[in-house]
Design a protein. Structure first.
Length: 277
């Protein structure tokens, strides 16, 4: 398990600290067989973490160069964390089909509020998420998570990605159930409906928040148990933003999955390959 790679990481093209080659060299040092770079897709409005649209061709060219440069030591894959945003066609905006990426992972960060006619993000500071719920959703956590999962369901249907990133990222700021109660039938119905949309995608087990000292692993154990029942494959990824996080929290992920009953996970090396836990 220690030798497990990641296809979800961020370089300084989006909101990561390190450069792509630094992750690759760290992965070689750790003797990983493969690694995938997946910076945040550009979005059609101001964002503090998305890649700039004008950097896109440089990003693709650099990853192509790095693939060739490190070929003898490791398989490098060019990817992207593709945002799904209601009301925008991101694929069209970035001419996605002509980028020729090796893969992309699908995710939802931006949530549209009809009340404010604007977007907020579920993956933000405590203060910002609380502000989003109070201004954008009448201070009603149920309306907030319903909108979030509705957006995730649309993303899954529209993108059918190889992997769904941090499927319940809205749990990040809900550690003491301050925003909503995930133990209700209403919340569980949202999970059920969301998982039922999955076609072939892996669900990501994401250790990224843990590397940033937020003690939460996505998905929740409840969701992972539902995935297990539905035979949905899972893949462990670090969503790292700095090289020391490359394999952060993998042991905890492994223990959690074994505890639930998973015996195998999937690791990407050109395609998802089944690997014993
Ligand atoms: Zn993300
Ligand atoms: Zn990410």
């Amino acid at each position: 398990m220690n030798k497990l790679s990641t296809i979800h990481l961020h370089t300084n093209y989006s909101d990561g600290v390190n450069k792509a080659y630094e992750y690759i060299e760290e992965a070689i040092r750790l003797r990983l067989k493969s690694i995938g770079i997946s910076d945040h897709s550009p979005v059609p409005f101001n964002s503090t973490w998305a890649m700039k649209k004008e950097d896109l061709s440089k990003y693709i060219a650099e990853l192509d160069y790095l693939k060739r440069t490190y070929k003898k030591h490791i398989s490098v894959y060019a990817g992207m964390e593709l945002d799904y945003i209601q009301g925008y066609n991101i694929k069209k905006y970035i001419d996605f089909d002509n980028l020729n990426l090796d893969y992309f992972i699908g995710s939802v960060h931006y949530i549209y509020s009809e009340i404010t006619d604007s977007y907020g993000t579920a993956d933000n500071s405590q203060e910002e998420v609380e502000k989003l719920i109070s201004n954008g959703f009448n201070n009603n956590g149920v309306l907030f998570y319903k909108k979030y999962y509705q957006t995730v369901q649309e993303m899954i249907k529209e993108y059918d990605p190889i992997m769904i990133a941090h499927i319940d990222v809205l749990e990040k700021r809900n550690r003491n159930y301050e925003l909503f109660n995930p133990d209700t039938e209403e919340y569980k119905n949202q999970i059920e409906n969301t998982l039922n949309c999955i076609n072939k995608s892996c669900v990501e087990v994401n250790t990224g928040a843990m590397a940033k000292n937020i003690d939460v692993m996505y998905p929740s154990k409840y969701i992972l148990k539902q995935c297990f029942k539905k035979k949905i494959p899972v893949s462990v990824n670090s969503d790292c933003h700095f090289i020391s996080g490359l394999q952060y929290g993998y042991d905890k992920a492994k223990d959690t999955l074994l505890d639930i009953g998973y015996t195998h996970i999937f690791e990407y090396d050109g395609k998802f390959i089944k690997k014993e836990l």
